[in-house]
Design a binder for this molecule. Structure first.
Ligand code: GCW
Length: 698
């Protein structure tokens, strides 16, 4: 059965098949909530997330699990194995989980937090009940854990229904309209709730004319989407166009300091909250890649963001304002302009000027979601601003859900990066700390708000497997788990995902399946890195094939500012202060010096920071040119080994998943081979240096 033949079947359950509910579903479960056992005095009213709807969802989840596995829903005083209870004394986010003699009690202050606690027990499975007595408090590391859909309402002539989407159409929209049947959106919300995500921006940050109207004429449709997300405690945000007062409101300007513009935004916000009381806020891409913004009026990004912040503040809303701002009409002949510098140059000077409900959303790297690049220095440069980290779950630059590429190790590296080093001063403060409002010198308001949190571009579509490649589901899962706890070990997250996704009806996982999935996925990001752009140089993807596959010089003589500068002598971008663009100076110590020096710059980022001869000897002891050859040959062999491991599973994986994975592994091998041969040939022809092992280069 080919994967094409099953698109009409029910969507794949992802990591929540009924088997994953076995441990809880076999037991006697009780709920103690105001709705279900009379009004509970003292339970705080916390707005929409104590909604009876979320409590009804929780009850339905419990009933579903116990019905599927022979357990029972019992009264709270009937000695249940698992008691789920609302409890006023806890903080809004997070839950308490107590195990006493094999009985588990989960308490939380809000319905959504209690739902998160339920899914915590689901994830733990049998271990939730069988361990020693314990009293644990679980709270997310950051208050704002969000996904950004790059879904278009209209099918865009070039980008399609979902920009950078590799999983079919949109679950929200279909050819110009919000889908009539949004049940898939509710199923998505269920998956998100199970990993602690509670906010979704439902449309593309490139806001075209049709999408802009979600804010005004089509508000009723937006409200329907919000209603589909709400049962699982997921709040709706909208990406909005900065030009809306003109394009939607008929004003002659969108100047952020104009009173009529301010009034327009304030009215627009009032109407949104009237229609969607638990609405979250606006997400904005301004003055970036052609999107309108405050520059047209001689204003800066703080003026622009604060305009919207003022409009949403009365409703408790937030504005996510993206820092992805750079000159996309650069002259490739000009070696002084450095795209990596741009976000810092635009935003760092504005630190202290953003309103308290503005979140500056910063891509993890200074370039653009590459498989390897430095961590953005903006994250360390704005202590008086709520800063969010932006990751890309959709695999635009990491194999487009054709290649297996488990991204958690890469995100974990970014989250664990210590911008001020391990020792003095910053004392081991990480990026994860900064986005939780715990950076050094964080302003009190930033700390009090818990920082700006984490956002990521989603990888789901209306594909049967949600994510095109069935194994790409693990990236969405891992993203959610890392937003909750950025210190989790990627291999353990993967293990958890395997335990749920591949659970048989009784909850057990075939040990060979588990072992093989680790072999296939644990190091798949490094494998992908090895056969694509080397040593952090980035951007060797094909512009013509929408960033899929190699085209070494595809961006070299273009306007996008993403160059590698390979010539007959060497390769890489000189971003030093001494002789290059000065980008290293945007980092605090120690990194400004670690990256500046050829002796201390980490190998994996060497070509991101330096232009070196092919004969340059890496810290690993190999020359740059030999490293390129070695990694590209090894990467393809690794893909072959992956295929062999998968094929050895013969018969142990559901046929539809197996067929789809095999098709994609074959394409990964073809593509990796193309990468290897183009990269090796390109650098051999440029350098004239042969491979010391005499392998085939064309
Ligand atoms: O990586 C680039 C993508 C664009 C995207 C842009 C952004 C939404 O190629 O498709 O536009 O980033 O992040 O805004």
């Amino acid at each position: 059965m080919s994967s094409e033949n099953v698109v009409d079947a029910a969507p794949h359950p992802a990591w929540l098949p009924d088997g994953a509910l076995a441990a809880v579903g076999r037991r006697r479960v009780a709920l103690r909530t105001p709705e279900l056992s009379g009004p509970a005095a003292g339970i705080p009213s916390r707005g929409p997330d104590t909604s009876p709807e979320v409590l009804a969802t929780l009850r339905a989840e419990v009933e579903h699990a116990t019905t599927a596995h022979g357990g029972d829903v019992v009264a709270p005083d009937a000695s249940p194995d698992l008691l789920l209870a609302l409890s006023p004394e806890l903080s809004a986010d997070g839950f308490r989980c107590v195990r006493d003699g094999g009985r588990v009690t989960v308490t939380a202050a809000t319905a959504t937090a209690l739902l998160h606690g339920w899914f915590h027990v689901v994830r733990r499975g049998e271990a939730a009940f069988t361990g020693p007595d314990a009293d644990e408090r679980h709270a997310p590391a950051t208050a704002l854990r969000m996904l950004n859909q790059w879904d278009n309402v209209d099918v865009h002539p070039y980008m399609g229904q979902v920009e950078r989407g590799y999983a079919g159409g949109s679950i929200f929209y279909d050819a110009g309209v919000v889908r009539a049947d949004l049940s898939r959106v509710t199923e998505y919300a269920r998956l998100l709730a199970s990993i602690g995500i509670d906010r979704v921006a439902i449309n593309n940050v490139n806001v075209h004319a049709r999408e802009a109207r979600l804010l005004t004429d089509d508000l009723a449709e937006t409200a329907r989407v919000a209603a589909a997300l709400r049962p699982y405690g997921v709040r709706t945000h909208l990406a909005v166009s900065f030009a809306s007062p003109m394009t939607l409101g008929g004003l002659s300007t969108a100047d952020p300091l104009d009173d009529a513009v301010r009034a327009w935004w304030s009215d627009a916000a009032d109407r949104v909250w009237a229609a969607i009381p638990d609405f979250g806020g606006f997400l904005v891409k301004a003055d970036s890649e052609g999107q309108p913004g405050p520059f047209a009026y001689g204003r800066d990004h703080a003026d622009g963001a604060n305009l919207l912040a003022e409009a949403v503040a009365p409703h408790g809303g937030v504005v996510h304002w993206r820092a992805f701002v750079y000159n996309h009409t650069q002259d490739w002949r000009d070696r002084t302009t450095d795209r990596a510098r741009a976000a810092y140059d635009h935003f760092a000077p504005l630190d202290g000027r953003f309103a308290e409900n503005v979140i500056v959303q910063v891509k993890h790297g200074p370039l653009d979601f590459q498989a390897r690049e430095a961590v953005s220095p903006v994250l360390a440069a704005m202590p008086r601003t709520r800063v969010a980290l932006e990751l890309q779950v959709t695999q635009e630059y990491t194999g487009q859900q054709q290649h297996v590429c488990y991204l958690a190790p890469w995100w974990r590296e970014n989250l664990g990066f210590q911008p001020w080093g391990a020792g003095s001063g910053g004392d081991g403060v990480t990026v994860a700390d900064v986005v939780a409002g715990r950076g050094p010198d964080a302003a009190p308001a930033v700390a009090a708000a818990g920082g700006g949190g984490i956002a990521a571009v989603s990888n789901v579509g209306d594909d049967r497997f949600w994510t095109g490649h069935p194994l790409a589901q693990a990236n969405l899962y891992a993203y959610g788990r890392l937003t909750w706890d950025p210190t989790l070990d990627p291999a353990e997250i993967l293990d958890e995902w395997i335990s749920l996704t591949f659970a048989g009806p009784d909850g057990a996982v075939d040990p060979q399946v588990r072992q093989t999935l680790h072999a296939v996925m644990d190091d798949s990001w490094r494998t992908y890195e090895s056969y694509t752009a080397p040593l952090g140089v980035g951007f060797m993807v094909s512009p013509l094939r929408a960033h899929y596959g190699p085209d070494v010089d595809g961006y070299e003589y273009s306007k996008w500012g993403t160059y590698h500068f390979a010539d007959r002598d060497g390769v890489g971008v000189d971003r030093t202060r001494a002789t290059g663009t000065g980008f290293t100076g945007q980092y605090p110590a120690p990194w400004r010096d670690v990256y500046e020096s050829l002796e201390t710059c980490p190998d994996e980022l060497l070509l991101f920071f330096h232009h070196v001869p092919y004969s340059h000897v890496l810290r690993s002891g190999t020359t740059v040119i030999q490293h390129i050859y070695d990694t590209h040959f090894a990467g393809v062999e690794q893909v072959r080994a992956t295929i062999a491991a998968w094929e050895a599973l013969d018969g142990r994986i559901a046929a539809d998943v197996d067929t789809c994975v095999r098709e994609r592994l074959a394409e990964q091998l073809r593509s990796a081979t193309e990468w290897r041969d183009q990269l090796n040939t390109y650098f051999f022809r440029k350098s004239g240096v042969p491979d010391v092992h005499g392998r085939t280069i064309y």
